[in-house]
Ligand binder design. Structure first.
Ligand code: ZN
Length: 177
């Protein structure tokens, strides 16, 4: 989770027509409209925000002169399968996919459990909050006919490799007042 605050400048004329006629260079009759910026809790995209992440508006503040609006967003990684969170406590070997995630280099078992579906090659997952990619999958218990003999559990062994998470690009494109 990362919080970013950015400020937008109103790009319209600084004063309304009446005030402009009277020689007033800037007035509060024109500018950002609070009703239009009632976007708290909404997910937004904006130039400068990394599109690979979800950005949820937590705070909006329009300046007294209505010429700038400051928006705070919380940035979170997109929802991905985390093995720990997708573990099923139901002991149901027929309808649940038994998955064992193994470190591709060390062979260490990183996590195992029953899931709604087997993992697939290339799938991005999290194990204990750390990012991994599924490098290959195998069903070592299956025989030459593709079945596990004697009603055994059809474990899928997924070899996983650590995945580099993209860093969140800081906001840089918005003008600052
Ligand atoms: Zn005015």
């Amino acid at each position: 989770m990362m919080t970013t605050t950015f400020t937008l400048a109103f790009e319209g004329p600084p004063a309304c027509i009446d005030c402009t006629r009277q020689g007033v260079p800037s007035c509060t009759h024109i500018g950002f409209n609070a009703a239009a910026w009632d976007i708290g809790g909404q997910q937004v995209t904006a130039p400068g925000l990394d599109e690979r992440y979800m950005h949820t508006v937590t705070h909006v503040e329009i300046s007294a002169d209505r010429k700038t609006v400051t928006v705070a967003v919380d940035t979170e990684r997109p929802p991905l399968m985390d093995l720990a969170r997708h573990l099923s406590t139901r002991a149901d070997p027929i309808t649940k996919a038994a998955v064992r995630a193994v470190d591709n280099d060390s062979g260490e078992v990183l996590g195992e459990g029953r899931f709604d579906a087997f993992l697939v090659d290339g799938q991005p997952i999290y194990i204990g909050g750390k990012p991994y990619t599924v490098a290959s999958t195998d069903h070592p218990g299956r025989n030459e006919h593709g079945v596990v003999p004697n009603g055994g559990v059809d474990w899928q062994e997924a070899r996983v490799v650590p995945r580099e998470e993209p860093t969140i690009t800081p906001l840089s494109l918005w003008p600052t007042p």
